[in-house]
Write a protein that binds this ligand. Structure first.
Ligand code: HEM
Length: 504
């Protein structure tokens, strides 16, 4: 047998005994001098970091992006510079609401994050498996998430809170319709599409800007569970997505997606009948057809889940030359929020962790603080900028063309400007009878038992999409068996809170 490496302390000294504590006699007590034991226990206490405040449960893998079609007239991003070009990447998929220990097969939106390690820095596309979102204003995001998490009093998930919020935010109806449809419960990461969701922009060497949406289409086909199938599965395994993804890559069955873009010339944004920067809206494919760009393949499992997936830090602020933002208010808020989350969750220099490290030279002037474990590559006298000592310097060729904005600074009341129902109606009308019935059933199971006024407020939104939608949901709710009175669910408790028993 090959000789085993020597066990050492973290300071590198070989360890003589890793089985028996140092004690005053055979029965104890311990001696504080046994520093290795103290260190072992102290390390264990520090093995957890805060989980992500949303998207805590996730599954990830490494892979390759290959360009299959030339889109360099729209963007000078190096990743798209020539057909056949390959770029390494990391993908992380997730549910939104569940904590790290949540079951995988829960009905929820799925996160779809990709970090492209391009030759000019990391580009992160931090999207979902849906092309749109529940709300269009960042003021609503923390409240929305709170309704998806646990009730502060009971520590249970609260359908009342969810439907209360949704029924007060009619712009959510489009996304609710996707969430409650077949696509709301995929069988695994490889059986769903991914979307950048927001409108981003491309810019080229001529200084032209195009608005762009990103779509990853699964090559494995869409596969979904019904609620009943998922319930049964969760009884057998809570880790079905990890098993699906890890297992497929482990046996060489590499999942693939085709990346497409929709491209809109800058000036056209003034003339579309919908706001092209509204995250609750899609761009119709007949107006902006999908243009193929390349292929994403996942082909390597992480060696260490914590180091490579839990410590992965994705941020919509990570764009590279040729790719940029749009006026979308939600996207603008996300530009701040993610890096802030990483500095809290991982520490100041989180981008120096191996999984987040760019695969191109990095040269900046950020100095000290947590996670400062990497060497300083700048000349020793160049520790400020500008300097005369050969430190890294800016290059105007990377300057993005101006983002043209117009208007006056105020808080726009978006409901008066936007149509919340037409696109949800178009989606509803695309469903066949079976899909519609499953949609009604899924909504019914989720909304059954919420307080009457919330239920009726939400029914008005279904009605505004289509009277058939409202009728179908109402019939599905009526067909559900009566609740077991002995089961005190969160909804029952909420009902009591809204309508407390007189004198009870
Ligand atoms: C104003 C709106 C939003 C805010 C403030 C926000 C904020 C956050 C925060 C703080 C995290 C945790 C980051 C971490 O600790 O690593 C997160 C994760 C995530 N968010 Fe958002 N989010 C917003 C909207 C969205 C939207 C619209 C999408 C999809 C289109 C999205 C997709 C994701 C994904 C996929 C993750 C997990 C990233 C990963 O895999 O590590 N978020 N979000």
């Amino acid at each position: 047998m090959a000789e085993r490496p020597k066990l050492t302390t973290t300071a590198g000294a070989p360890v003589g005994d890793n089985q028996h504590a140092l004690t005053a006699g055979p029965r104890g007590p311990l001696l504080l001098q046994d520093y290795q034991l103290v260190e072992k226990l102290a390390h264990q206490n520090r093995e957890r970091i805060p989980e992500r405040v949303v998207h805590a449960k996730g599954w990830g893998a490494f892979g390759t992006f290959t360009v299959t079609n030339d889109i360099s007239k729209y963007t000078n991003a190096r990743i798209f510079s020539e057909v056949g070009k390959k770029t390494d990447l990391l993908a992380r998929f997730s549910t939104v609401a569940g904590e790290q220990g949540a079951a995988d097969a829960e009905r929820d939106v799925r996160g779809f994050s990709v970090k492209f390690y391009t030759e000019e820095g990391n580009w992160d596309l931090v999207g979902n498996n849906t092309p749109i979102f529940f709300v269009r204003d960042p003021y609503k995001f923390p409240d929305f998430i709170r309704t998806q998490k646990r009730h502060p009093r009971t520590n249970l998930r609260s359908p009342t809170a969810q439907w209360d919020f949704w029924s007060l935010c009619p712009e959510s109806i489009h996304q609710i319709t996707i969430l409650m449809s077949d696509r709301g419960l995929p069988q695994g990461p490889q059986y769903m599409n991914g979307y950048g969701s927001h409108t981003f922009s491309f810019w080229n060497d001529a200084g032209e800007r195009y608005w762009v949406k990103f779509h990853f289409k699964t090559r494995q086909g869409h596969k979904h569970y019904t609620n009943a199938e998922a319930q049964d599965l969760i009884g057998k395994t809570r880790e079905s997505y990890q098993e699906e993804l890890y297992g497929a890559i482990d046996r060489g069955d590499y999942p693939k997606w085709t990346l497409y873009v929709q491209v809109m010339p800058e000036e056209e944004a003034e003339n579309t009948p919908y706001n092209p920067f509204d995250l609750t809206k899609v761009w119709p494919h007949k107006d902006y057809p999908l243009i193929e760009v390349g292929e994403m393949e996942l082909n390597r499992n992480p060696d260490n889940y914590f180091a490579e997936i839990e410590q992965a830090a994705f941020s919509p602020s990570n764009v590279v030359r040729g790719i940029s933002f749009s006026p979308d208010k939600m996207l603008q808020a996300r530009i701040f929020s993610y890096a802030d989350a990483h500095r809290y969750r991982l520490g100041g220099h989180y981008e120096a962790l191996p999984v987040n490290q760019p695969k191109c030279p990095v040269a900046h002037y950020h100095k000290d603080g947590l996670l400062r474990f990497f060497a300083d590559n700048n000349p020793p006298d160049a520790y400020y900028e500008p300097n005369s000592f050969g430190g890294p310097a800016e290059d105007p060729k990377y300057l993005e063309p101006p983002l043209r904005i117009s208007g006056d600074a105020r808080r726009y009341v978006q409901h008066e400007l936007e149509d919340d129902f037409s696109q949800a109606r178009a989606l509803f009308e695309m469903f066949d009878d079976g899909q519609k019935q499953r949609l009604f059933n899924n909504v019914a199971e989720a909304i059954h038992g919420v307080p009457e006024e919330i239920f009726e407020r939400q029914m008005n939104h279904f009605e505004a999409v289509s009277p058939d939608y409202a009728k179908g949901v109402r019939a599905a709710v009526e067909a559900l068996p009566a609740k077991d009175e002995k089961m005190k669910t969160q909804m029952d408790m909420d009902r009591m809170a809204v309508h407390p028993k007189q004198g009870g």
